[in-house]
Write a protein that binds this ligand. Structure first.
Ligand code: SF4
Length: 599
């Protein structure tokens, strides 16, 4: 076997006919598509017809690691899953940190493709070379932590890695996630619903194989030299102390922190959730993913609340924002409880928060009555009502069944489409784009709906002092989007870029795989990935008409705070962005562009 980091093997499991097969995977595929996200785009495009119904048995879950997975390269733990989204009806992908991806590599596989549909509930057991489809009758119906526990108990090993769905995935709530290690999620786009539609409750993995790299001594030397960078990086240090909640202070002060379904961009009460307060009041220790020198994960707890004692990993910034400030919560006990409930049910916390806040605004405006909500007083700030509504979404009860279809569907049904804050039926993340215009473009052009991590440009815009300008954002978004396609495919955590420069990333790639890649080639391949994703959607009929933002952002000026008076000029942003991408005015990659990229 060549020593190049990769396992050279793809595991394919068909749940319809129970066929399990192993396919060879070459290093050339990793060079061409870089890794996780790129290989996901390649296989989805090749094997899942773009007009496929996301919940049909023809959809697939395509998991792929990056080239560094299982090595000592810092922050290399992200595994990607590609699938057709039942939520946005688009191409979709989602990345998860923790230990699940490295465990798959230790078991001897770079990727795992799940296809077909089982007749009854099953889970997949991958124990190195032994692969088995097992009955999940005993675990079906359980929430995340108990599912994880039951599977480990049945397999007799506490140290295996389990990725599973909760009740939300089983009931096909369209923004259900897949959770690994109880608190790490493949969060966005509804991959948990896809897994539920296949009657697959969990994937359990135990791996004990070595990962052999091209130059182990050279790699150890490089990694040793990198660790001081993480100590020096101010960003890495504050993330270690306050987690991602270090962002609350600046974003709330700048007036673009989602508050009360984006009717406000800041609040004095949001100060309670600043990172330093988080650290002081609720955090009790730090948690890290595999090979992470930063440890931004935080275990938190609060005792003797109105909900009893609450303990969880998190909440990280997006969860805090969407389930917390966007629903008008002001107390830690409420935020911790709704976060823990959302995790246990297996719902994507961003979409869940976006949907609850929509229902709250509708309730306050009289669009939903107390009869509609089954007696729930859904006012902003009511944490106990939020807990109940999350359960109703996961089990598809009452108005929860409407919300489980996504915010656009629910708002349309309730006669208030203008109140749903989404793009392509996916709820927006924390950043109100009226206060940071580039994020408006990011939400609109993201292939899977309003997802911030496709091109998280807010930090760059704030540093440049031009966050209220549309001009120049097309290039910033383009470059960030291509960089993130590279980083995601390599399997790096984005936070770990602070302390790990591009030249060092390429040096690590050479030491692991033996292949020398230039930055130019890396970014060329990453741009190809972005265009494959776009073309998948184009083949499904998507175009400029689908790259939208809610009118709340384009027509309603922010009422107060540092972003007061701002709206987003989306049409200008799109015109300029399509031009720099080499796409026509309808957002479709030109033949010339595709040819230049070798597509
Ligand atoms: S910085 Fe946070 S998310 Fe990234 S690898 Fe470390 S613990 Fe995981």
């Amino acid at each position: 076997m060549p020593k190049n980091g990769i396992a050279g093997q793809l595991l394919r499991v068909n749940l319809t006919n129970k066929q399990i097969s192993k396919e060879t995977l070459s290093l050339e595929m990793f060079i061409e598509y870089i890794g996780g996200r790129g290989l996901g785009a390649y296989y989805l495009n090749k094997e899942v017809e773009p007009r496929t119904d996301g919940l049909s048995s023809e959809n697939k879950l395509i998991f792929f690691n990056g080239p560094f997975s299982g090595t000592m390269v810092p922050g290399n733990n992200k595994i990607n899953v590609a699938f057709k989204s039942p939520l946005s009806n688009t191409y979709s992908f989602s990345l998860c940190g923790g230990h699940f991806g490295p465990e798959l590599r230790f078991a001897g596989y770079d990727g795992l493709i799940i296809e077909g549909k089982s007749e009854g509930p099953v889970y997949l057991w991958v124990d190195n070379d032994h692969v088995e489809i097992k009955s999940a009758e005993k675990v079906w119906g359980n929430k995340i932590a108990y599912t994880d526990h039951l599977i480990k108990e049945e397999l007799g090993d506490e140290n295996i890695q389990v990725a599973c769905i909760g009740p939300a995935g089983e009931n096909l709530s369209k923004f259900a996630c897949i959770t690994s290690g109880v608190f790490r999620e493949f969060g966005r786009g509804g991959c948990g619903a896809v897994m539920g539609s296949k009657n697959l409750k969990a994937i359990a993995i135990r791996g004990s194989k070595d990962v052999e790299v091209a130059d182990p001594e050279g790699l150890m030397k490089l990694v040793d030299g990198l660790y001081p960078n993480f100590k020096k990086s101010a960003k890495a240090q504050i993330r270690r102390s306050e987690g991602t909640n270090e962002l609350v202070r600046d974003i709330n002060n700048a007036g673009f922190m989602c508050t009360k379904n984006f009717t406000e961009g800041t609040s004095e009460k949001n100060k309670e959730f600043e990172g330093s307060v988080f650290r002081e009041k609720v955090v009790y220790n730090d948690v890290s993913c595999y090979a992470c020198p930063i440890a931004c994960g935080k275990n938190s707890a609060i005792v003797s609340t109105k909900y009893g004692d609450v303990k969880l990993e998190g909440p990280e910034f997006e969860t805090l924002g969407l389930l917390g400030t966007n629903c008008g919560l002001t107390e830690w006990e409420d935020v911790l409880c709704v976060s823990a409930v959302c995790d246990a049910l297996g719902l994507d916390s961003i979409s869940a928060g976006g949907c609850v806040s929509l229902a709250m605004e509708c309730f306050e405006k009289g669009i939903l009555t107390i009869e509609d909500t089954n007696g729930l007083k859904l006012n902003f700030g009511n944490g106990a009502a939020e807990v109940e509504l999350l359960e109703m979404i996961a089990y598809k009860q009452g108005i929860g069944a409407d919300l489980a279809e996504g915010p656009a569907y629910a708002a349309e049904k309730w006669g208030a489409p203008e109140l749903a804050v989404h793009s392509k039926n996916m709820s927006c993340a924390v950043y109100d784009p009226r206060g940071v215009k580039g994020m408006g473009l990011t939400y609109a052009i993201s292939p899977k709906g309003a997802h911030h991590m496709v091109a998280p440009v807010f930090g760059g815009e704030m540093a440049a002092g031009n966050r209220f300008e549309e001009k120049g954002k097309e290039t910033l978004v383009r470059n960030t989007q291509i960089n993130f396609a590279a980083v995601d495919s390599l399997g790096f955590c984005a936070t770990c870029q602070n302390g790990f420069s591009r030249p060092d990333q390429l040096k690590a790639l050479k030491l692991v795989t033996g292949y020398e890649m230039t930055e130019e080639k890396l970014l060329f391949n990453a741009e190809r990935i972005v265009n494959i994703e776009r073309m998948y959607n184009v083949k499904n009929g998507l175009s400029r008409k689908d790259d939208t933002l809610p009118k709340r952002f384009t027509e309603v000026p922010m009422t107060f705070g540092e972003s007061k008076g701002q709206v987003v000029d989306l049409e200008t942003l799109l015109d300029n962005y399509y031009a720099v991408m080499g796409w026509d005015n309808d957002g479709i990659p030109t033949g010339e562009k595709l040819k230049a990229l070798g597509l």
